[in-house]
Design a protein around this ligand. Sequence first.
Ligand SMILES: [Zn+2]
Length: 154
Amino acid sequence: MRTGIGTDVHRLVEGRPMWVAGLAWPEETAGPEGHSDGDVVLHAICDALLSAAGLGDLGTNFGTSAPQWASAASHDLLAETLLRVRAEGWTVANVAAQLIGNRPRMGARRTEAEAAIADRHGIVVSIAATTTDGLGLTGRGEGLAAIAAALLTR
Ligand SMILES: [Zn+2]
C-alpha cells in the first residue's frame, strides 16, 4: 500500500465559470483563473494519486513540457492520471479530498460530486469542505484551495 497527498490553489476571477469537484456551479459569479477549468479538487486528487504512485506531480506530468495538456479539462487530466497510475499496476483503494473556501457550498452537492467522479473514473472518493473563518486567501474569497489524500494498493 502507498499513500500520497496533493494540494492545489487557484485564484478566483469574476466572470469565470466555477468548476469544483467535477461539477459546474452556474449560480457562482466568479470562478478559478487558469488555462483549464481550474478545478482545485480534481487537481489535488490527481496530485495525490501521482504522489502515491511515485510518479511526480501535475507539473511534471502535465506542465510546460507537455503543452497539449495546458488547457485540458480536469476530468481529462484525472482520466489520464489514472491511466498512468494503473499502468504501474496500482489499484486505487480510496481518495479523500477537502475543499477549502467560502463558496461554492459543497454540502448540498457532496454526494452528487462523489457519484459523478466514481461513475466517470471508477474510484471511491469522499469529498468534504471547510472554511478558514474568514482568514487568508480563501477566507477573503480571493481563491479556492483543496487538499487530497490517496491510498493505492498493488
Ligand atoms: Zn490546479
